[in-house]
Design a protein around this ligand. Sequence first.
Ligand code: SF4
Length: 428
Amino acid sequence: MTLQEKLEILADAAKYDASCASSGAARKDSRGSMGVGSTGGAGICHSYAPDGRCISLLKVLLTNACLYDCHYCINRRSSNVRRARFTPEEVVRLTLDFYKRNYIEGLFLSSGIIQSADHTMEQVIRVARLLREEHQFRGYIHLKTIPEASPALIEEAGRYADRISINIELPTQQGLTKLAPEKNLARTQEAMGHIRGKIEERFSEKRLPGRPKPPPFATGQSTQMLVGADDATDATILQRADTLYTGYRLRRVYYSGFSPIPEPSKLLPLAPPPLVREHRLYQADWLLRFYDFKVGEITTPEAPNLDLALDPKLAWALRHRERFPVDVNRAPRESLLRVPGLGVRNVDRILQARRYGRLRLADLLRLGLAMKKVLPFIEAADHTPIKLGLDDVKLRERFLPPAQQLELNFDPPPPSAEDDRSVRSGEL
Ligand code: SF4
């Protein structure tokens, strides 16, 4: 097999992994042409560096052969796909070649599991070590690590990578037992805890004066959760994400809608979830991280799945009319952040502007607020929502998208940046 043929197979096989926030050029349905999901079909994808810059990455697998049999994965042991395998030296050569020609600014490397978790991890590390130590490669490296690998190897991967990730895949052990029998939730979280410890160690040691510089280590970790492959509700998915953010300090949890694969296992649903479900989960994820919402507020026991027609903040506001209107001239920051259409940036602008006088609608317009969304929920010097005469039913109708949109097949916006600062600019 030529290097080009291997690249086609192994770049195509890597497109399902959302944990580097890569933005594919096309929808990631593998039942079709080779190379979709990468811009140009050569495994080059866009991702986000820790400083928020959009960068191009070579996104490939070391091999698509795998000992495991995860039902949702095209590379699983029982899958009838063409297999290929790069040597570490080949990945190094490709990376350097693309890098020198300015096609890419870094590498995202993952792999199926061959021989053992440790052996696979050693191969992945070898690529990063050769790049960093023999070729002084200064580009971005994101390595996928294997939770079953020994902690020492995961630690070594972290020394060469800017970011490492371990895919949790499904939010419950029950789901894993059914669809990925070789995987174990507790073991994955244990590995994440170990990485968290190393990241914190690096930064705490850095702060101590007079201490030698700590060895380099990745600045963050991320993960991916599949959506729609099992029957986990959005509440369960968000609860797991919340645990990962608070307990393991993950930078990002990426939600990846289950994608149809050729010759699918009978345990999988026949159709993928609507793309908008993934999008709503990202919106709910923002609410958890930047708007101080709790999972129990975003979903309820009666409605454990997100409303696909409305964004989760708006859906919450419609369920809690008693919390509105919020007076833009007096309300504290946390109340303003609960107003649909007011994002972190807008709230900061309002707090700044109201120091100089009572805000009127014209002032809010000048601040660039989404007035149609905001007006039913706020009071200003010359506005009260009673003037709009909207009861609960009319209010909901005002925000429902046109019927066609409910076909829910529009692509979600590009995955948000890995860097939290750029995510903060998102207005919900
Ligand atoms: S471990 Fe599971 S998800 Fe990963 S490549 Fe192997 S079969 Fe696919």
